[in-house]
Design a protein around this ligand. Structure first.
Ligand SMILES: CC(C)(COP(=O)(O)OP(=O)(O)OC[C@H]1O[C@@H](n2cnc3c(N)ncnc32)[C@H](O)[C@@H]1OP(=O)(O)O)[C@@H](O)C(=O)NCCC(=O)NCCS
Length: 246
């Protein structure tokens, strides 16, 4: 399947909140250098049906279409890591996290642990180069007398020069699909609320789950892949020792 980048221009001036109406496409108001008020919607779309869906939503919202452009570069390949990728993954994480070693080491340690799931360490490859990486690994909730098995999302990294072009979002979305396909019911993330909320992570879902890193406020979030999976669940989230040094 080839996924293309689309740019759709409309006559009206819209703000970023409109993104929710357009399947998460980025909304860029008042394009620089444009003589008329307009807005650019841009992002990767999986197929023609998705494009038609966006166009019919524009019609329903009474927005005026100026042009639709398919930019001629297919979406980078997203695939599970292979043993040959380890060095590149280390480098992507190190560069994305401002040269810190903690995150790339975390990936290496998880890879050697029981919590590692090869299908859930995904890389983005562009022009034969790895430019992004996401890792989901096993964690548990210790809830009364039962242990529930789920996933932690950590870390995610995109090379600085490739950031802001939808690669991180594509990695999260694809990752969530894979987690669901493998039958996992919930995912925990500790991260920026504004970023993860767009994929359905919510602090409310993690409210009854004790964070082992102290009070992390709204940065402590969960996502249910199976609706209701965390309903009524209370307990402490147990991360493997690999996370002790992050
Ligand atoms: C976070 C990261 C993976 C996102 O990848 P990306 O390819 O730049 O993401 P996308 O292009 O899909 O999305 C860009 C959006 O994410 C937002 N964003 C990026 N980093 C963010 C952050 N640290 N906090 C909040 N929002 C962030 C951008 O503002 C942008 O928002 P917009 O769509 O409203 O303009 C990437 O910025 C990165 O590697 N950062 C350094 C490592 C890091 O902080 N990892 C996450 C730890 S929780």
């Amino acid at each position: 399947m080839t996924v293309y980048w689309y740019e759709i221009r409309v006559r009206e001036t819209l703000d970023r909140r409109w993104s929710q109406w357009f399947d998460g496409m980025a909304v860029v108001p008042e394009m620089e250098g444009s003589s008329i008020p307009d807005t650019l919607l841009c992002g990767y779309l999986p197929d023609q049906a998705a494009l038609f869906g966006i166009l019919s939503r524009l019609r329903n919202l009474n927005l005026t279409l100026i042009e639709v452009k398919r930019v001629d570069h297919p979406m980078p390949i997203i695939r599970p890591e292979t043993p040959a990728d380890a060095e590149a993954i280390y480098s992507v994480n190190k560069q994305a996290f401002d040269g810190r070693e903690a995150e790339p080491r975390l990936v290496d340690t998880i890879r050697k642990s029981d919590g590692f799931i090869p299908e859930l360490s995904l890389v983005v490859e562009k022009n034969d180069r790895i430019v992004g990486h996401i890792l989901f690994s096993r964690i548990q909730i210790q809830s009364e007398n039962v242990q529930l098995l789920g996933l932690a999302l950590a870390p995610i990294a995109v090379l600085p020069e490739y950031q802001g072009h939808g690669i991180g979002s594509a990695l999260v979305k694809r990752g969530l699909e894979e987690c669901k396909r493998l039958g996992y019911a919930w995912i925990i993330v500790l991260g920026h609320p504004a970023y993860y909320a767009r994929f359905g992570f919510a602090p409310e879902l993690a409210k009854s789950l004790e964070c082992p890193f102290g009070d992390c406020g709204d940065a402590w979030m969960a996502l249910e892949l199976t609706p209701g999976a965390l309903e009524g669940v209370r307990g402490k989230v147990i991360y493997p020792p690999a996370f002790d040094h992050v």
